[in-house]
Design a protein around this ligand. Structure first.
Ligand code: NAI
Length: 481
C-alpha cells in the first residue's frame, strides 16, 4: 500500500543525483568501508558520522533521500499542521473582533508549498552527502553476504564493503479488514498528497498518526471520527494526556470512540464509506467520504537479505545489541527497521552510536531518554517514565504538576490550557520523566531530557531563571511546586 503510485514522486523526479552508467560501474568497483542501505534519518546521519571517522561510504537509496520523515511523514505533516494552526489562530482572533474579513484556506497552494519544503530539505541532504564525500547510489540494496550488497535498479550491480548498516525504515500496517483497498481509503502518505478536503473523514486508529491527522483535518473544517480499538487514544502515553486530548478534541467537534474495533469497510450506494465497528457488544457504523488507515507501522525488513544471511529478527524487526550490531558481526541496523518507537530522532541517534562502535569509539548519544512528541494542539511531549510505568517498576516517585492555566504566555496567546508534569525519584528527587501538554511542548521537552540525561534533581532544574513571559516558565513552576 505504501508503494501505490504517487504522482508527486513521478513529477518531481526521484533520483538522487543520477549517475551515468559508467559512473555507476566505477562506484560499484570501489571497496567501501561502509555500505548503508536506506537514505532516511538513520542512513544519512550515519553517512555524515562515518565521514568524521574517515570511512569511505556508499549510501544506497531506492527512492529519494530523506526517508519517510521527509517524504511522507514528519516534515509534510508538520508543514500542513503549521498552516492549519495559524489559520485556527487567526479565526480565534477574528471571533474576538481583533481581526475581521474573510480568510480562505487554499489547500492546493499549501500542497505546492509543502512540495517546495521537501525539495529544499532534500537538496540540503544531497549537498551534505557531497560535502562528506558519500557516494549515493540509486537502487534497492540486498545483502548477499557479510560484505556484498547487490544493488537492483535499472541495472544490477554488486558492491563490497567492510561493514554494512541496514537503515531501511518502516511501512504502514494495512489492517486485514475487508474493504481496506476501496476507493477513498488511504494511508497517511496517500492522504497527505490530496488537495481535496473531504467533508467527513473516519480515522481507524487513535495513535500518534491518527490523532495528528484528526487535529489537521478538523482544523480544516472536516467532520472527523476516530475509531480506536484500545480503551483510550494515545494508548502508550500518560493516561491524563489521553483523557485531556480526548476532551479537547471532542470540544472541537471530533467524534472519538474507544474500545471500537473496526471489522469492515463497506461502500454505500451513494459512494460514501461505512466503517463497521464493534463497540461494547454493539455493531455500529461510521459513514464518511474518506477513511484513513492509521493502525500502526511495521519494520520494512522484507527482501533485504538472501537466504544465506541469517539475521535474528523478532516479528519482522531486526534485533541488535546496545551498539546497533545485529547477530552477525559487522552488520548493523538502526532506525524503524529495528522496531521500537519508530521516531526520526531515535533513528539518527542509534545510527550515530552504531558508527561510533564501528570506529571503535564509545557511543556519543545517550539513548535512555528518547522524547516522544505529538503535534496536536496543544502539543504533547514526553520523556522517561510516567506515573503508571514507575508504579509498575516499583519505583517510589514524587509527581509535580503545574497547570498551564496559570501561565501568562498561555493566557495571553489564547492557547489551550494543558499541564507540565514531572516524575522524580522520591528519595533523591532525581528527574526520571516528564509529560507536557501545552504550546511549544515539543521544543521545551529537551530541558527535561537534559536534566534526566545529566542526573539532575528537581532542585537543580528549579535553580534556573526562566524569562517572563514564556511558556517555559511552566517548567520552573512545576519543578519548584
Ligand atoms: P500507533 O501504533 O501509535 O497507533 C495505532 C492505533 O491503531 C493503536 O492504538 C491501535 O490500537 C489502533 N488500531 C489498530 N487496528 C485497529 C482497528 N482495526 N480498529 C481500531 N483501531 C485499531 O501507530 P500510528 O499512529 O500509525 O504511528 C506509527 C508509528 O509512527 C508510531 O510508532 C509513531 O510513534 C510514529 N510516528 C511518530 C510521530 C511523531 O513523533 N510525531 C508522528 C507519526 C508517527
Amino acid at each position: 500500500m505504501e508503494t501505490r503510485s504517487n504522482e508527486y514522486v513521478k513529477e518531481t523526479g526521484r533520483r538522487n543525483g543520477n549517475l551515468s552508467s559508467a559512473e555507476r560501474k566505477e562506484a560499484m568497483e570501489q571497496n567501501y568501508d561502509l555500505a548503508i542501505i536506506g537514505g532516511g534519518p538513520a542512513g544519512y546521519t550515519a553517512a555524515i558520522e562515518a565521514a568524521k571517522h574517515g570511512f569511505k561510504t556508499v549510501l544506497i537509496e531506492k527512492d529519494r533521500l530523506g526517508g519517510t520523515c521527509l517524504q511522507r511523514g514528519c516534515i509534510p505533516t508538520k508543514t500542513i499542521l503549521h498552516s492549519v494552526s495559524l489559520y485556527a489562530g487567526v479565526k480565534r482572533e477574528r471571533e474576538k473582533g481583533i481581526f475581521d474579513g474573510e480568510i480562505q484556506f487554499h489547500m492546493e497552494r499549501l500542497q505546492e508549498h509543502k512540495r517546495n519544503i521537501i525539495l529544499q530539505l532534500q537538496e540540503g541532504i544531497s549537498t551534505l552527502m557531497k560535502k562528506n564525500r558519500v557516494q549515493v547510489v540509486t537502487g534497492t540494496g540486498v545483502l548477499l553476504d557479510r560484505h556484498t550488497v547487490l544493488v537492483k535498479g535499472e541495472e544490477e550491480n554488486k558492491l563490497s564493503a567492510e561493514k554494512v548498516l541496514i537503515a531501511a525504515g518502516s511501512q504502514t500496517v494495512i489492517p486485514k479488514i475487508p474493504g481496506h483497498n476501496l476507493k477513498n481509503v488511504f494511508t497517511s502518505s496517500e492522504l497527505l498528497e490530496k488537495e481535496e478536503i473531504f467533508p467527513t473523514l473516519t480515522i481507524i486508529g487513535g495513535g500518534v498518526i491518527g490523532m495528528e491527522f484528526a487535529a489537521l483535518y478538523s482544523g480544516l473544517g472536516c467532520q472527523v471520527t476516530v475509531l480506536e480499538f484500545m480503551d483510550r487514544i494515545l494508548g502508550n502515553m500518560d493516561r491524563e494526556i489521553s483523557q485531556n486530548l480526548k476532551m479537547i478534541m471532542k470540544k472541537r467537534g471530533v467524534e472519538i470512540h474507544t474500545g471500537a474495533k473496526v471489522e469492515e469497510i463497506k461502500e454505500k450506494p451513494d459512494g460514501r464509506l461505512a466503517c463497521v465497528y464493534q463497540e461494547k457488544e454493539e455493531k455500529r457504523e461510521s459513514v464518511s467520504d474518506g477513511v484513513l488507515l492509521a493502525a500502526g507501522r511495521r519494520p520494512a525488513a522484507e527482501g533485504l537479505f538472501t537466504h544465506e544471511i541469517f539475521l535474528e529478527t523478532d516479528r519482522g524487526r531486526i534485533l541488535t545489541d546496545e551498539n546497533g550490531q545485529t547477530s552477525i558481526t559487522g552488520i548493523y541496523a538502526a532506525g524503524d527497521v529495528t522496531g521500537g518507537g519508530m521516531l526520526a530522532h531515535a533513528a539518527s541517534a542509534q545510527a550515530v552510536n552504531a558508527v561510533c562502535h564501528m570506529a571503535g569509539m564509545p557511543p556519543l548519544m545517550d539513548l535512555s531518554y528518547i522524547p516522544s512528541c505529538v503535534y496536536t494542539e496543544p502539543e504533547i511531549a514526553c520523556i522517561g517514565l510516567n506515573q503508571d510505568e514507575a508504579k509498575k517498576r516499583g519505583i517510589e516517585v514524587l509527581v509535580k504538576k503545574y497547570p498551564m492555566s496559570g501561565n501568562g504566555k498561555t493566557v495571553l496567546s489564547g492557547e489551550e490550557r494543558g499541564f507540565v508534569k514531572v516524575i522524580a525519584e522520591r528519595k533523591s528527587h532525581r528527574i526520571l520523566g516528564a509529560q507536557m501538554m501545552c504550546a511549544r511542548a515539543t521544543d521545551m521537552i529537551s530541558q527535561f531530557s537534559a536534566a534526566a540525561v545529566n542526573g539532575w534533581s528537581l532542585e537543580d532544574l528549579g535553580r534556573i531563571v526562566y524569562p517572563h513571559p514564556t511558556f517555559s516558565e511552566g517548567i520552573g513552576e512545576a519543578v519548584r511546586d
